[in-house]
Structures are given as C-alpha cells and as structure tokens.
Ligand binder design. Structure first.
Ligand SMILES: CC(C)(COP(=O)(O)OP(=O)(O)OC[C@H]1O[C@@H](n2cnc3c(N)ncnc32)[C@H](O)[C@@H]1OP(=O)(O)O)[C@@H](O)C(=O)NCCC(=O)NCCS
Length: 192
C-alpha cells in the first residue's frame, strides 16, 4: 500500500556531527494526520542488500554487476573517504492508533561518491510501498550532508528524461537542484 503524499519533516531534523551523514531519525510526517511512519537514515549493512535491491527494482533503477553486494562491499572497504551507501529504514504506523504495523524494513537507498572535486548521487530510490512520506528527500539531504563533510561544494546526478522520473524531478527542484542545460552526458561501455 503506497503511503499518502505528505511533506517531510525528518530530512532536516538532525545534522551529522561526524564524518558520516547518517544520523537522521524521526517520523515520516503528515501534517494532516500525524506521523505515518518511523524512519531512520543510516549507513548500509550487508543484511540490507535485499531490501536495497527491492527498492532499486521498484524504482526501475538500472543496475549491473557493479551494484552487486560484493562490489558494494569492496567499494565500502577500499573507498572509505569517497563512497557511501545510505539506506532508509522505515516502519509504517497505523494512522489512527499510531501503533507500529509490520516489521521495520529497508525502504529505500542511495549511493553517494566523491572524486575530490564533485560528489555524485546514484541510484536514489524508495520502494513504492513507502513513497510520499519523506524518505526520498531525507536520503537526498543525507547525500548533501555527506558531500559537505567530504568538502565537496558541487553535486551532480543524472536522471532519465521520461515521465517515470517526474516525482524525482520535482524533488530535486524543491531541494535546490537545477538542470544543467549546458552539458551533455556521454556514455561508453568498455568490453569485459
Ligand atoms: C523520486 C523518489 C525517490 C521520491 O521518493 P519519496 O520518498 O516518494 O519522496 P518524498 O516523499 O521525500 O518527497 C520529496 C519530494 O518529491 C516530490 N514528489 C514525491 N512524490 C511525488 C509525486 N508522486 N508527484 C510529484 N512530486 C512528488 C515532491 O516535490 C516532494 O516534496 P513535498 O513532499 O514537499 O511535495 C521516488 O519517487 C522513487 O523512488 N522513484 C523511482 C526512482 C527514481 O525516480 N529515482 C530517481 C532516479 S534519478
């Protein structure tokens, strides 16, 4: 059941105080009806992989073998100061009683990297069951905080131009991201 559309209060709640921007805890807030879920943004652990994959699949994120658990773990180990994976863990609350419903689960995730100059945001997705309650904006904000901690001032991401990315475009715009019409993205795939 996709959650109802609402504004997010959690994203700006807690500023990171260490070299990791993973300290968001709070409610997925709906101003009309009270919190609709509890959420925290934290660093990826290997047990999160299935949930992360499910969120990516749900968001139609194009993944390949560089997104395997093995590849992620290798990057996390070798690129300690330039690669992070964050997940949103969430648990729905009953709208009336505010009682917890079901299990807390990984509902979304994102990758953020730093190349010494720019930070790049990749694979941001929230599972369809948890959309519209602030997790996407919280994940994006976490990437921005992480980039700042790394010393990056410029952030980039690429997004498909089709309608499936309309919510993402709105989210980026609302969070101060602008489309750069002066550059093209070039691609090339090297043979294995
Ligand atoms: C884009 C995505 C990550 C947003 O996650 P989310 O948790 O649903 O977003 P939030 O609840 O945090 O909302 C943040 C903002 O996104 C925009 N937004 C979210 N859902 C929207 C919708 N259905 N229609 C229009 N705008 C929407 C709004 O600007 C919203 O801000 P608001 O609540 O102040 O209006 C999610 O829709 C998703 O996973 N989509 C598929 C994958 C994808 O497009 N990833 C981006 C790749 S570039």
């Amino acid at each position: 059941m996709p959650a109802t559309k609402s504004r997010n209060a959690a994203a700006s709640k807690t500023a990171a105080r260490s070299s990791d921007a993973h300290q968001h805890d709070g409610h997925c807030c709906d101003h009309d009806h009270g919190p609709v879920c509890e959420m925290s943004i934290r660093r990826f652990k290997k047990e999160d992989f299935k949930g992360l994959q499910a969120a990516w699949k749900s968001g139609d994120i194009a993944t390949d073998d560089t997104d395997s658990l093995r590849a992620i773990e290798k990057n996390l180990k070798e690129r300690v100061n330039s690669y992070r994976v964050f997940v949103a863990e969430a648990q729905m609350l009953d709208a009336k009683s505010q009682r917890k419903q079901g299990e807390s689960r990984v509902a979304g995730g994102v990758i953020v990297t730093f190349d010494g100059h720019r930070s790049f945001v990749y694979h941001l997705a929230v599972h369809v069951d948890f959309r519209g309650v602030g997790l996407g904006a919280a994940l994006l904000k976490t990437c921005e905080q992480q980039a700042k901690l790394w010393g990056a001032r410029h952030l980039r991401l690429s997004a498909r131009v089709d309608d499936s990315r309309a919510p993402a475009r709105a989210m980026y715009g609302e969070n101060g991201w602008a489309v750069d019409k002066t550059i093209w993205i070039y691609r090339k795939t090297l043979p294995k």
